[in-house]
Design a protein around this ligand. Structure first.
Ligand SMILES: CC(C)(COP(=O)(O)OP(=O)(O)OC[C@H]1O[C@@H](n2cnc3c(N)ncnc32)[C@H](O)[C@@H]1OP(=O)(O)O)[C@@H](O)C(=O)NCCC(=O)NCCS
Length: 168
C-alpha cells in the first residue's frame, strides 16, 4: 500500500469502496469547472461509474490530504484489451493547493507503482486546451500518440503514452 509524505501532505492509496471514494468524487467536482454544477444525482452516478470501471481490474487510487482533508487525487487502472497498459484516468488538485508539485508527485508515484508491477506503458487522454496537464505530462515523459475528436465540445483529447520498460 502506498503511504508517504510530501511536504505537509500525506499521500495514500485508497480502497475501492464508496466510503473511501466519495470525498475524492466530491473534490473532483470542485476541481473540474465543467462539473461544478452537477446535480447530486449526477455526482452519485459518477461515483458508481468509477466503482464499476475499477472493479475487477488492477487499479491504483491515490489521494493527497492535509489535516485529513483531501486536496488532490489520481486514479487509473489496467486496461482490459491491452493488459500491458496502465490507463491514468482522472486526476486533479484543489485550486488552493496548485503549483506546489502535488500533481507531479502523484504522477511519479503512479508511474513507479506501474513500472514495479511490470506494465509496459502508461496512457492518458488530455484535452488539448488543458495546458497545465499537457505540460506536466510532457515533462514526465509522455509523448503525444494520437487524438480523439470530441462529439460534445470543441477540440480533441490528445492520447499520450509513456514507455515504462522495453519488451525484451
Ligand atoms: C493540471 C493540474 C492537475 C496540475 O496540478 P498541480 O499540482 O498544480 O501541478 P504541479 O504543481 O505538480 O505542476 C507541475 C508542473 O506542471 C506545469 N503546470 C502545472 N499547472 C500549469 C498551468 N496551469 N499552466 C502551465 N503549466 C502548468 C508546470 O511546469 C509545473 O511546474 P512549476 O510549477 O515548477 O512551473 C491542476 O491544475 C488541476 O487539477 N487542474 C484541473 C483538473 C484537471 O485538469 N485534471 C486533469 C484532467 S482529469
Amino acid at each position: 500500500m502506498v503511504e508517504q509524505h510530501y511536504e505537509d501532505y500525506r499521500i495514500q492509496e485508497l480502497a475501492l469502496t464508496a466510503q473511501d471514494l466519495a470525498p475524492l468524487v466530491a473534490l473532483h467536482h470542485e476541481v473540474l469547472p465543467s462539473r461544478l454544477y452537477a446535480t447530486d444525482e449526477k455526482r452519485k452516478a459518477f461515483l458508481d461509474e468509477i466503482l464499476g470501471a475499477l472493479n475487477g481490474r488492477e487499479h491504483l487510487i491515490l489521494g493527497a490530504y492535509i489535516g485529513g482533508v483531501p486536496v488532490a487525487y489520481k486514479l487509473g487502472y489496467r486496461t482490459g484489451n491491452r493488459r500491458e497498459c496502465f490507463y491514468s484516468w482522472l486526476g486533479g488538485v484543489h485550486p488552493n493547493h496548485r503549483r506546489k508539485g502535488l500533481a507531479r508527485v502523484l504522477t511519479r508515484i503512479q508511474h513507479t507503482w506501474a513500472a514495479e508491477r511490470g506494465f509496459t506503458y502508461m496512457e492518458t487522454h488530455t484535452w488539448g486546451d488543458n495546458p497545465g496537464m499537457m505540460i506536466l505530462n510532457l515533462q514526465e515523459g509522455f509523448v503525444a500518440a494520437g487524438a480523439l475528436s470530441a462529439v460534445d465540445r470543441p477540440g480533441a483529447r490528445i492520447i499520450m503514452r509513456k514507455l515504462l520498460r522495453r519488451n525484451e
